[in-house]
Design a protein around this ligand. Sequence first.
Ligand SMILES: *Cc1c(COP(=O)(O)O)cnc(C)c1O
Length: 354
Amino acid sequence: MEIRFEKTEHPMEKPDQKNLGFGKHFTDYMFVMDWDQGQEWHDARIVPYAPIAMDPATMVLHYAQETFEGLKAYRTEEGKVQLFRPEMNARRMIKSNARLCMPAVPEEMFVQAVKELVRVQEDWVPSEPDTSLYIRPFMFATEYSLGVHMAKSYKFVIITSPVGAYYPEGIDPVKILVEDEYVRAVQGGTGFTKCGGNYASSIAGQVKAEKMGCTQVLWLDGVHRKYVEEVGTMNIMFKIAGEIYTAPLEGTVLPGVTRDSLIHILKDWGYKVNETHLSIDDLMKAGHDGTLEEAFGTGTAAVVSPVGELVYKDDKVMINDFKIGPLTQKLYDTLTGIQWGRIEDKYGWILPVE
Ligand SMILES: *Cc1c(COP(=O)(O)O)cnc(C)c1O
């Protein structure tokens, strides 16, 4: 794929690396490519970051035909820049798009676009400990028409954002509300896709959780409201009596790259990983009888996020005295070690950006 490059006349000032937060600052360039029926993907370009003008009847604004991805570029101590399993994001987006009847960006094209966008603005990858360049590819229907149908044109865009350390004050466990009213996904729906609509409908649960002093929601399955699925924007794992439990990928749960990577590492360390339906009753029981040793969310932003407390109806359980558990800490150190190049990448997950 040939990518046209348009140099910016107004390079932006870089934000303070010690105070980046998440998704608040954007960079000099974005990648854009268009798809039109009969023409496939064309006009791949890296252009100055700028607003995208849209007709008010643009279909995505009405019917939410939109998907996205999230990954990071990391700067090693030697100053090199590297990506972590970007092909996994490419493959996941192909599956998301297929479900929403949107065209696929072929894997090689996706990885090339990400790599090239990071390469041309390599100086935007921060170097302070645990900072990174967050990469947000997304696609949406650009045709303007109010009929509900598969659009005849789409845009694929990638923007990037320097992000701060997720845990500037050390890893803090979170309190989680088990949601028994709203549901996130059902079999046959879009739970396995990263589509904007999933998040729009999840905000009500998030608002409710925050009102109750919790950070996030733990979603139960949409039919029985019984089996544990995942947290807001993370998959979730439990260590119960020495074994690991996480929900299976059967269409309702997002197939996280972090989830997959941690399962590899855990199996490598000899842990039994059960990808199985775990009921909330069994989980709360394990919390009360002391066999629930650790619980943690997994996702690109936080890597792992220890769960210190679960609130379900009138019941609550504290996990590991609201402290990060030893396995959670070891997983965090190992995966971040690979991502930032401090630990040898024996799994072949790193793609250098030269
Ligand atoms: C993105 C996301 C995850 C985590 O996926 P990663 O590839 O590990 O970042 C988990 N659940 C939901 C709902 C997500 O949107």
